[in-house]
Design a protein around this ligand. Structure first.
Ligand code: AMP
Length: 196
């Protein structure tokens, strides 16, 4: 099964993707995690991405598309994958579409995690305080506001694109982690799998 999790920063995409990994036995492809690993390892991509990420801006499409293209060729992606944080722009969406078409694969669904945005800043502050390895470099109010503004400008429009294709499944992301997970499972069982 090939899924996308989409929603504003701090909506809980990473948390839900990790739960789906356990449930479905397919990998989570988080471009944020992959980029953070590149930054930590000081690879050429990491060196390019570091400042952009700290400001909460988007890393260039060609870099992110290249990372995903390499990753989905791995054998562990043969049964599917959960994209978390990708695509975030129209260019990335078109590139993903082209990659899948070329491999004769289809996207099964896009889970939209809907949240009350006035609550998101509080969540981000909580996440920065709770994180075991210390806060992420972009977990501060300033970077968060940039990330939210970019989400609205560049990523939010993709929701209409996936909606028009009949691939969009919204869930209420304000519920508890377990409840959101249960809603996603229900969608997968009752809507996504039934279509295949
Ligand atoms: P995330 O962990 O998904 O919130 O991503 C953290 C940061 O990594 C983002 O604020 C961007 O700077 C960068 N990033 C992650 N995914 C993408 C993407 N698909 N396109 C561009 N930049 C990305």
């Amino acid at each position: 099964m090939r899924l996308i999790l989409i929603g504003p920063p701090g909506a809980g995409k990473g948390t839900q993707a990790a739960l789906l990994v356990e449930k479905l036995g397919i990998p989570q492809l988080s471009t944020g995690d992959m980029l953070r690993a590149a930054v930590a390892a000081k690879t050429p991509i990491g060196l390019k991405a570091k400042d952009v990420m700290e400001r909460g801006e988007l890393v260039a499409d060609d870099i992110v598309i290249g990372i995903v293209a390499d990753r989905i060729d791995n054998t562990d992606c043969q049964q599917g994958f959960i994209l978390d944080g990708f695509p975030r722009t129209e260019g990335q969406t078109l590139a993903l579409d082209a990659m899948l078409t070329q491999k004769n694969l289809v996207l099964d669904g896009v889970i939209q995690i809907k949240v009350d945005e006035s609550d998101l800043l509080k969540r981000i502050e909580g996440r920065a305080a709770e994180s075991a390895d210390g806060p992420r470099d972009d977990d501060n109010a300033e970077a968060f506001k940039t990330r939210l503004a970019i989400y609205h400008k560049q990523t939010r429009p993709l929701i209409d694109f996936f909606g028009a294709k009949g691939l969009l499944f919204p869930v209420n992301g304000m519920a508890s982690i377990e409840e959101v997970h249960a809603s996603i499972n229900k969608i997968l069982k009752n809507e996504v799998l039934k279509r295949n």
